[in-house]
Design a protein around this ligand. Sequence first.
Ligand code: Q9C
Ligand code: ZN
Length: 343
Amino acid sequence: MKKIPVVFHMDQLCHKPLFEWAFGEKIAHPETTSRAERILSEISRKPEIFELVSPRSFPLALIRQVADSSVIKVLKAASRLPPKKTFYPYVFPKNRSEEANPELIEHAGFFCLDSGTPLNATTWSAAAWSAACAAKAAQYVAERKTRLSYGLCRPPGHHASFHQFGGYCYFNNAAIAAKKLQILGKVAVLDIDFHHGNGTQELFYEDNQVLTVSLHGDPKMFFPYYSGFSSEKGRNKGKGYNVNIPLQKNINGTQYLNHLKKALKEISEFKPKYLVVAAGFDTFEGDPVGSFCLKTDDYESIGKMIAGLDLPTVVVQEGGYAAEKLGVNVVRFLLALRRLQRV
Ligand code: Q9C
Ligand code: ZN
Protein backbone atom coordinates (compact mmCIF):
# COMPACT_ATOMS: atom_id res chain seq x y z
CA MET A 1 0.00 0.00 0.00
CA LYS A 2 1.20 3.52 -0.77
CA LYS A 3 2.32 5.70 2.12
CA ILE A 4 0.10 8.55 3.25
CA PRO A 5 1.74 11.90 2.42
CA VAL A 6 1.80 14.22 5.43
CA VAL A 7 2.50 17.78 4.29
CA PHE A 8 4.16 20.20 6.71
CA HIS A 9 6.65 23.08 6.68
CA MET A 10 8.82 23.88 9.72
CA ASP A 11 8.15 27.66 9.42
CA GLN A 12 4.56 26.97 10.47
CA LEU A 13 6.03 26.61 13.96
CA CYS A 14 7.15 30.28 13.98
CA HIS A 15 3.52 31.26 14.57
CA LYS A 16 3.03 31.52 18.34
CA PRO A 17 -0.20 33.26 19.38
CA LEU A 18 0.18 34.27 23.04
CA PHE A 19 -3.27 34.67 24.52
CA GLU A 20 -6.90 35.29 23.73
CA TRP A 21 -9.85 36.84 25.48
CA ALA A 22 -12.32 34.16 26.46
CA PHE A 23 -15.48 35.30 28.23
CA GLY A 24 -13.75 38.30 29.81
CA GLU A 25 -10.62 36.38 30.85
CA LYS A 26 -7.18 36.55 29.32
CA ILE A 27 -6.17 32.92 28.78
CA ALA A 28 -3.16 31.17 27.26
CA HIS A 29 -3.82 30.71 23.54
CA PRO A 30 -4.99 27.15 22.78
CA GLU A 31 -3.61 27.10 19.21
CA THR A 32 -0.05 26.20 20.26
CA THR A 33 2.97 24.87 18.36
CA SER A 34 2.82 21.74 20.54
CA ARG A 35 -0.29 20.72 18.62
CA ALA A 36 1.69 20.27 15.40
CA GLU A 37 4.64 18.82 17.32
CA ARG A 38 2.42 16.14 18.91
CA ILE A 39 1.04 15.20 15.51
CA LEU A 40 4.52 15.07 13.96
CA SER A 41 5.85 12.94 16.76
CA GLU A 42 3.02 10.36 16.48
CA ILE A 43 3.39 10.26 12.73
CA SER A 44 7.16 9.73 12.93
CA ARG A 45 6.53 6.52 14.92
CA LYS A 46 5.06 4.91 11.80
CA PRO A 47 7.53 5.58 8.97
CA GLU A 48 6.22 2.54 7.08
CA ILE A 49 2.79 4.24 6.80
CA PHE A 50 3.45 7.99 6.64
CA GLU A 51 5.76 9.98 4.40
CA LEU A 52 6.58 13.49 5.63
CA VAL A 53 6.92 16.02 2.80
CA SER A 54 7.24 19.83 2.64
CA PRO A 55 5.70 22.32 0.23
CA ARG A 56 8.24 24.36 -1.71
CA SER A 57 6.43 27.63 -2.46
CA PHE A 58 3.43 29.73 -1.42
CA PRO A 59 0.32 28.96 -3.55
CA LEU A 60 -0.38 32.64 -4.22
CA ALA A 61 -2.92 32.14 -7.01
CA LEU A 62 -4.93 29.77 -4.81
CA ILE A 63 -4.67 32.04 -1.77
CA ARG A 64 -6.10 34.85 -3.92
CA GLN A 65 -9.11 32.66 -4.72
CA VAL A 66 -10.01 32.32 -1.03
CA ALA A 67 -8.83 35.67 0.38
CA ASP A 68 -9.46 39.26 -0.62
CA SER A 69 -6.33 41.28 -1.48
CA SER A 70 -6.98 43.37 1.66
CA VAL A 71 -6.66 40.34 3.95
CA ILE A 72 -3.39 39.43 2.23
CA LYS A 73 -2.17 43.04 2.63
CA VAL A 74 -3.02 43.07 6.36
CA LEU A 75 -0.95 39.96 7.00
CA LYS A 76 1.92 41.34 4.90
CA ALA A 77 1.73 44.66 6.79
CA ALA A 78 2.01 42.66 10.02
CA SER A 79 5.28 41.18 8.71
CA ARG A 80 6.77 44.64 9.27
CA LEU A 81 5.95 44.60 13.01
CA PRO A 82 8.97 44.42 15.35
CA PRO A 83 9.86 40.77 16.18
CA LYS A 84 8.23 40.58 19.64
CA LYS A 85 5.25 42.80 18.90
CA THR A 86 1.78 41.25 18.53
CA PHE A 87 -1.30 43.13 17.40
CA TYR A 88 -4.71 42.00 18.62
CA PRO A 89 -7.50 43.74 16.74
CA TYR A 90 -10.15 44.87 19.20
CA VAL A 91 -12.40 47.16 17.15
CA PHE A 92 -14.40 45.36 14.48
CA PRO A 93 -16.29 47.80 12.23
CA LYS A 94 -19.31 46.36 10.45
CA ASN A 95 -19.29 48.92 7.64
CA ARG A 96 -17.12 48.67 4.54
CA SER A 97 -15.45 52.07 4.78
CA GLU A 98 -13.64 53.57 1.82
CA GLU A 99 -11.06 54.62 4.36
CA ALA A 100 -10.31 51.05 5.48
CA ASN A 101 -6.58 50.72 4.94
CA PRO A 102 -5.06 47.22 5.08
CA GLU A 103 -1.56 48.70 5.32
CA LEU A 104 -2.49 50.23 8.67
CA ILE A 105 -2.30 47.65 11.43
CA GLU A 106 -4.81 49.65 13.53
CA HIS A 107 -7.35 48.96 10.75
CA ALA A 108 -6.89 45.19 10.93
CA GLY A 109 -10.29 44.92 12.64
CA PHE A 110 -11.94 45.81 9.31
CA PHE A 111 -10.70 42.49 7.95
CA CYS A 112 -10.96 40.39 11.10
CA LEU A 113 -13.70 38.48 12.88
CA ASP A 114 -12.64 38.13 16.52
CA SER A 115 -10.08 38.93 19.20
CA GLY A 116 -8.50 35.45 19.27
CA THR A 117 -6.55 35.76 16.03
CA PRO A 118 -3.47 37.93 16.56
CA LEU A 119 -1.04 39.34 14.02
CA ASN A 120 2.72 39.44 14.25
CA ALA A 121 5.77 39.40 11.99
CA THR A 122 5.54 35.64 11.37
CA THR A 123 1.79 35.38 10.72
CA TRP A 124 1.95 35.82 6.95
CA SER A 125 4.62 33.20 6.43
CA ALA A 126 3.04 30.64 8.78
CA ALA A 127 -0.42 31.11 7.24
CA ALA A 128 0.95 30.94 3.69
CA TRP A 129 2.89 27.73 4.45
CA SER A 130 -0.21 26.29 6.07
CA ALA A 131 -2.15 27.08 2.89
CA ALA A 132 0.69 25.51 0.89
CA CYS A 133 0.24 22.27 2.86
CA ALA A 134 -3.42 22.09 1.82
CA ALA A 135 -2.54 22.86 -1.79
CA LYS A 136 0.19 20.23 -1.94
CA ALA A 137 -1.99 17.62 -0.21
CA ALA A 138 -4.69 18.32 -2.81
CA GLN A 139 -2.11 18.03 -5.57
CA TYR A 140 -1.26 14.46 -4.56
CA VAL A 141 -4.90 13.48 -4.97
CA ALA A 142 -5.46 15.59 -8.09
CA GLU A 143 -2.49 13.95 -9.82
CA ARG A 144 -3.66 10.54 -8.60
CA LYS A 145 -0.38 9.95 -6.82
CA THR A 146 -2.41 8.81 -3.79
CA ARG A 147 -6.10 8.45 -2.90
CA LEU A 148 -5.51 9.88 0.57
CA SER A 149 -3.35 12.80 1.67
CA TYR A 150 -3.04 14.88 4.83
CA GLY A 151 -2.20 18.56 5.10
CA LEU A 152 -0.86 19.27 8.59
CA CYS A 153 -2.25 22.77 8.36
CA ARG A 154 -1.49 25.04 11.25
CA PRO A 155 -2.64 27.75 11.73
CA PRO A 156 -6.07 26.28 10.90
CA GLY A 157 -8.39 27.69 8.22
CA HIS A 158 -12.10 26.97 8.28
CA HIS A 159 -13.21 30.19 10.04
CA ALA A 160 -11.43 32.37 7.46
CA SER A 161 -13.77 33.72 4.78
CA PHE A 162 -12.97 35.76 1.68
CA HIS A 163 -13.11 39.11 3.52
CA GLN A 164 -12.06 38.20 7.06
CA PHE A 165 -9.57 36.15 9.05
CA GLY A 166 -10.56 34.97 12.54
CA GLY A 167 -11.20 32.03 14.86
CA TYR A 168 -7.41 31.31 14.93
CA CYS A 169 -7.58 31.05 11.09
CA TYR A 170 -5.98 33.27 8.43
CA PHE A 171 -6.48 31.56 5.06
CA ASN A 172 -9.09 28.89 4.42
CA ASN A 173 -6.94 25.83 3.82
CA ALA A 174 -9.82 23.42 3.17
CA ALA A 175 -11.24 25.83 0.59
CA ILE A 176 -7.83 25.99 -1.10
CA ALA A 177 -7.83 22.19 -1.41
CA ALA A 178 -11.40 22.27 -2.74
CA LYS A 179 -10.61 25.02 -5.29
CA LYS A 180 -7.68 23.01 -6.56
CA LEU A 181 -9.78 19.86 -7.01
CA GLN A 182 -12.89 21.63 -8.30
CA ILE A 183 -11.28 22.12 -11.73
CA LEU A 184 -11.38 18.34 -12.11
CA GLY A 185 -14.88 17.59 -10.83
CA LYS A 186 -17.43 18.07 -8.07
CA VAL A 187 -16.06 18.32 -4.52
CA ALA A 188 -17.68 17.71 -1.14
CA VAL A 189 -16.18 19.38 1.93
CA LEU A 190 -17.02 17.58 5.17
CA ASP A 191 -16.21 19.66 8.26
CA ILE A 192 -15.92 17.63 11.48
CA ASP A 193 -14.25 20.33 13.59
CA PHE A 194 -16.18 21.15 16.79
CA HIS A 195 -16.95 24.61 15.37
CA HIS A 196 -19.03 25.55 12.36
CA GLY A 197 -16.91 26.02 9.23
CA ASN A 198 -18.33 29.48 8.56
CA GLY A 199 -15.54 30.54 6.20
CA THR A 200 -15.85 27.46 4.02
CA GLN A 201 -19.64 27.80 3.96
CA GLU A 202 -19.38 31.41 2.84
CA LEU A 203 -16.76 30.76 0.16
CA PHE A 204 -18.94 28.16 -1.57
CA TYR A 205 -22.38 29.48 -0.59
CA GLU A 206 -23.42 30.21 -4.18
CA ASP A 207 -21.61 27.24 -5.71
CA ASN A 208 -23.45 24.09 -6.77
CA GLN A 209 -20.24 22.27 -7.69
CA VAL A 210 -18.92 22.22 -4.13
CA LEU A 211 -21.17 20.77 -1.42
CA THR A 212 -20.29 21.98 2.08
CA VAL A 213 -21.42 19.91 5.08
CA SER A 214 -20.56 20.77 8.68
CA LEU A 215 -21.33 19.03 11.99
CA HIS A 216 -20.67 21.23 15.01
CA GLY A 217 -21.60 22.59 18.40
CA ASP A 218 -24.84 24.55 18.22
CA PRO A 219 -24.07 28.19 17.29
CA LYS A 220 -26.68 29.27 19.83
CA MET A 221 -24.04 28.34 22.42
CA PHE A 222 -20.71 28.14 20.63
CA PHE A 223 -18.36 30.09 18.39
CA PRO A 224 -18.88 31.48 15.75
CA TYR A 225 -22.45 32.12 17.10
CA TYR A 226 -23.72 33.90 13.98
CA SER A 227 -23.67 30.96 11.57
CA GLY A 228 -23.97 27.19 11.47
CA PHE A 229 -27.77 27.02 11.78
CA SER A 230 -29.56 24.28 9.85
CA SER A 231 -31.63 26.90 8.03
CA GLU A 232 -28.53 28.03 6.06
CA LYS A 233 -28.81 26.02 2.87
CA GLY A 234 -26.98 28.04 0.20
CA ARG A 235 -27.88 30.94 -2.08
CA ASN A 236 -28.83 31.31 -5.78
CA LYS A 237 -27.29 28.42 -7.73
CA GLY A 238 -25.83 27.15 -4.47
CA LYS A 239 -29.23 26.67 -2.83
CA GLY A 240 -29.38 23.13 -1.45
CA TYR A 241 -25.59 22.74 -1.51
CA ASN A 242 -24.82 23.69 2.09
CA VAL A 243 -25.77 21.45 4.99
CA ASN A 244 -25.39 22.37 8.68
CA ILE A 245 -25.90 19.85 11.44
CA PRO A 246 -25.77 21.57 14.85
CA LEU A 247 -25.36 19.05 17.65
CA GLN A 248 -26.17 18.86 21.35
CA LYS A 249 -23.59 20.04 23.84
CA ASN A 250 -22.41 16.75 25.38
CA ILE A 251 -22.79 14.43 22.41
CA ASN A 252 -20.99 11.05 22.65
CA GLY A 253 -19.39 8.93 19.95
CA THR A 254 -22.41 6.72 19.20
CA GLN A 255 -24.72 9.71 18.85
CA TYR A 256 -22.14 11.57 16.76
CA LEU A 257 -21.80 8.65 14.34
CA ASN A 258 -25.57 8.67 13.78
CA HIS A 259 -25.41 12.29 12.69
CA LEU A 260 -22.32 11.64 10.60
CA LYS A 261 -24.23 8.91 8.76
CA LYS A 262 -26.82 11.51 7.70
CA ALA A 263 -24.05 13.87 6.60
CA LEU A 264 -22.42 11.14 4.51
CA LYS A 265 -25.75 10.28 2.90
CA GLU A 266 -26.01 13.89 1.68
CA ILE A 267 -22.50 13.63 0.30
CA SER A 268 -23.04 10.36 -1.56
CA GLU A 269 -26.28 11.68 -3.10
CA PHE A 270 -24.30 14.67 -4.41
CA LYS A 271 -21.97 12.23 -6.22
CA PRO A 272 -18.74 14.20 -5.84
CA LYS A 273 -15.50 13.20 -7.48
CA TYR A 274 -13.42 14.26 -4.47
CA LEU A 275 -13.75 14.68 -0.72
CA VAL A 276 -12.02 17.28 1.45
CA VAL A 277 -12.26 16.67 5.19
CA ALA A 278 -11.80 19.72 7.41
CA ALA A 279 -10.64 17.61 10.32
CA GLY A 280 -10.80 19.21 13.74
CA PHE A 281 -10.30 17.14 16.87
CA ASP A 282 -11.74 19.66 19.32
CA THR A 283 -14.69 17.22 19.50
CA PHE A 284 -12.48 15.19 21.89
CA GLU A 285 -13.76 14.68 25.45
CA GLY A 286 -10.91 16.54 27.13
CA ASP A 287 -10.79 19.49 24.74
CA PRO A 288 -10.48 22.87 26.49
CA VAL A 289 -12.46 24.68 23.78
CA GLY A 290 -15.10 22.15 22.65
CA SER A 291 -17.80 20.41 24.75
CA PHE A 292 -18.35 17.04 23.03
CA CYS A 293 -17.44 13.68 24.58
CA LEU A 294 -15.69 11.79 21.77
CA LYS A 295 -12.96 9.29 22.66
CA THR A 296 -9.85 8.25 20.76
CA ASP A 297 -11.58 5.07 19.49
CA ASP A 298 -14.35 7.19 18.00
CA TYR A 299 -11.93 8.79 15.54
CA GLU A 300 -11.25 5.35 14.12
CA SER A 301 -15.01 4.77 13.69
CA ILE A 302 -15.41 8.20 12.08
CA GLY A 303 -12.52 7.46 9.72
CA LYS A 304 -13.96 4.07 8.75
CA MET A 305 -17.35 5.57 8.07
CA ILE A 306 -15.87 8.33 5.89
CA ALA A 307 -13.71 5.79 4.04
CA GLY A 308 -16.99 4.03 3.20
CA LEU A 309 -17.67 6.83 0.67
CA ASP A 310 -14.66 5.45 -1.20
CA LEU A 311 -13.69 8.87 -2.60
CA PRO A 312 -10.20 10.28 -3.25
CA THR A 313 -9.79 12.22 -0.01
CA VAL A 314 -7.73 15.19 1.18
CA VAL A 315 -7.65 15.62 4.96
CA VAL A 316 -6.89 19.14 6.15
CA GLN A 317 -6.02 19.73 9.81
CA GLU A 318 -8.29 22.20 11.65
CA GLY A 319 -8.72 22.55 15.44
CA GLY A 320 -8.07 20.22 18.37
CA TYR A 321 -6.64 21.72 21.56
CA ALA A 322 -6.13 18.77 23.90
CA ALA A 323 -2.57 18.80 22.56
CA GLU A 324 -1.29 15.73 24.44
CA LYS A 325 -3.93 13.53 22.76
CA LEU A 326 -4.10 15.30 19.41
CA GLY A 327 -1.37 13.21 17.79
CA VAL A 328 -2.92 9.84 18.67
CA ASN A 329 -6.38 11.03 17.64
CA VAL A 330 -5.13 12.23 14.25
CA VAL A 331 -3.21 9.01 13.62
CA ARG A 332 -6.16 6.77 14.57
CA PHE A 333 -8.33 8.74 12.16
CA LEU A 334 -5.84 8.58 9.29
CA LEU A 335 -5.17 4.86 9.78
CA ALA A 336 -8.91 4.18 9.48
CA LEU A 337 -8.95 6.09 6.18
CA ARG A 338 -5.97 4.18 4.87
CA ARG A 339 -8.14 1.59 3.13
CA LEU A 340 -8.71 4.28 0.47
CA GLN A 341 -5.16 3.63 -0.73
CA ARG A 342 -6.07 0.10 -1.79
CA VAL A 343 -6.60 -0.08 -5.54
N1 Q9C B 1 -11.79 30.40 24.10
C1 Q9C B 1 -10.84 26.41 15.47
O1 Q9C B 1 -11.11 25.40 16.11
N2 Q9C B 1 -12.60 31.26 20.56
N3 Q9C B 1 -11.07 27.63 15.95
C2 Q9C B 1 -13.66 30.86 21.43
C3 Q9C B 1 -13.20 30.49 23.85
C4 Q9C B 1 -12.72 30.93 19.17
C5 Q9C B 1 -11.66 27.83 17.24
C6 Q9C B 1 -13.54 31.51 22.78
C7 Q9C B 1 -12.57 29.46 18.87
C8 Q9C B 1 -12.08 29.24 17.46
C9 Q9C B 1 -10.18 26.29 14.15
ZN1 ZN C 1 -12.69 24.20 16.17
